[in-house]
Design a protein around this ligand. Structure first.
Ligand code: PMP
Length: 315
C-alpha cells in the first residue's frame, strides 16, 4: 500500500515521480504518464527550475522560457504556476491542440515559432533566455536533464525491478535524449553490459541518416540531433525505427488490452521493446517508458469507436 500521500503535501510538485513499473508483454514499462501535468517531463521541469534557483539564475518575478514540442512546456507551466514565475512556451505549430491548451490552462503564454519541428523555437527561446528577467532551462542541451534521469528516475526503476534482476536493455525514443542517456548511465553503473537502444520514427530517421520529416510520434525526433545526444550518443548501442502505424496500433492496444491510456511514443516504445525481446532472447530484463498520457490525443487518435466496435444509438 502506497503511503506517500497519507499526510498533507506542500503542493502538487510533491506528487512528481514514484510512478509504477508495470510488466507489459514481457517488458518492464515505467508509467511516467502518471506524473502531474501528464508526462515524464514533470521531473526535469522541477529539477531544472530548482537547480537554477539554487544557482541564482532564476529569481522571483522572472519569466521562464523554453522551446518544446509540448510536454516540457506543459510541465514547466505547472511548475511556474506553483512557484509564482511567469512562463513563456515557445513551440511549433502543427502539434496536438491540447499541448497548447494545457500550457495556457496553467497560465502560460504560448508563442508559436516554426512548424512541427522545434528548430526555430529553439533559436527563439535561446534568444529570449539571454534577456534580463528571463531564464531558459534549455532542456535539449542541459546536463541537469541528464542528471535528473541518472540520479532520480534511473535509481527509481532499479529499485522497482524484481529482486535480483538488473536491466539488460533500455529502449527509448530521443526527444532531448536526456532519458535514454541519464537512465542509461544509471543502468550501466549496475550492469556494464546493459544495451541501450535509441528509437526513432521510421518516417524521420534523423540520427540514423539525417532525415527530417513529419511523423505521428509526437515528443521525439523534433527535427535535429539534440546537444545531449551529440555529446553522449557514443553510449548508445543500437538504433531502432518504428512506423507511425505500428506506434498508433500499439498505443490503442495499451488502452484496450491493459487499461493504459498513453500517447503514441508509449506505443512506439512498446513495439521497439517487444522487438528487442524477440530478437535478443538473452536480454531478459528489457525496460522502457510510457512517457505521456493519452488524453492529449483523444481528438487525433481516439475519438472514433475502437476498430470492430460501433457506438450504439438509443431512441
Ligand atoms: N515521449 C514523449 C511523449 C515526450 O514528450 C518526450 C520528450 N519530449 C520523449 C518521449 C523523449 O524524452 P527525452 O526528451 O528524454 O528524449
Amino acid at each position: 500500500m502506497a503511503t506517500r500521500f497519507n499526510s498533507v503535501s506542500a503542493s502538487i510538485l510533491n506528487a512528481i515521480g514514484d510512478t509504477p513499473l508495470i510488466e507489459v508483454d514481457g517488458v518492464f514499462a515505467k508509467c511516467e504518464f502518471m506524473n502531474p501535468s501528464g508526462s515524464i517531463k514533470a521531473r526535469i521541469a522541477l529539477y531544472m527550475v530548482e537547480k537554477a534557483e539554487a544557482a541564482g539564475l532564476l529569481k522571483p518575478g522572472d519569466t521562464l522560457v523554453e522551446a518544446t514540442s509540448g510536454n516540457t512546456g506543459n510541465a514547466l507551466s505547472m511548475v511556474a504556476a506553483v512557484k509564482g514565475y511567469r512562463m513563456r512556451v515557445v513551440m511549433p505549430e502543427g502539434l496536438s491542440n491540447e499541448r497548447v491548451a494545457i500550457s495556457r490552462a496553467y497560465g502560460a503564454e504560448v508563442e508559436f515559432c516554426g512548424n512541427f519541428h522545434v528548430n526555430s523555437a529553439l533559436e527563439r527561446a535561446r534568444e529570449l533566455g539571454r534577456q534580463d528577467g528571463f531564464f531558459c532551462p534549455g532542456q535539449f542541451d542541459s546536463e541537469w536533464n541528464v542528471e535528473e534521469n541518472r540520479e532520480i528516475l534511473g535509481p527509481e526503476i532499479l529499485a522497482q525491478l524484481p529482486a535480483g534482476r538488473v536491466p539488460d536493455a533500455l529502449v527509448m525514443g530521443v526527444g532531448t535524449g536526456g532519458t535514454l542517456i541519464g537512465v542509461g548511465q544509471a543502468f550501466r553503473a549496475v550492469n556494464p553490459a546493459v544495451r541501450l537502444f535509441a528509437m526513432e520514427p521510421s518516417e524521420s530517421r534523423t540520427i540514423l541518416c539525417g532525415e527530417v520529416d513529419t511523423h505521428a510520434i509526437e515528443g521525439i525526433s523534433d527535427g535535429f540531433v539534440p546537444g545531449i545526444f551529440a555529446r553522449h550518443g557514443a553510449l548508445v548501442n543500437e538504433l531502432l525505427s518504428v512506423t507511425d502505424e505500428e506506434a498508433i496500433a500499439a498505443m490503442r492496444g495499451l488502452a484496450q488490452g491493459h487499461g493504459l491510456l498513453c500517447g503514441p511514443s508509449s506505443g512506439a516504445h512498446l513495439v521497439a521493446a517487444r522487438r528487442v525481446r524477440e530478437q535478443h532472447p538473452e536480454l531478459r530484463t528489457v525496460v522502457t517508458l510510457f512517457c505521456d498520457e493519452g488524453e492529449k490525443y483523444l481528438q487525433d487518435h481516439f475519438s472514433a469507436p475502437a476498430p470492430g466496435l460501433v457506438d450504439t444509438a438509443f431512441g
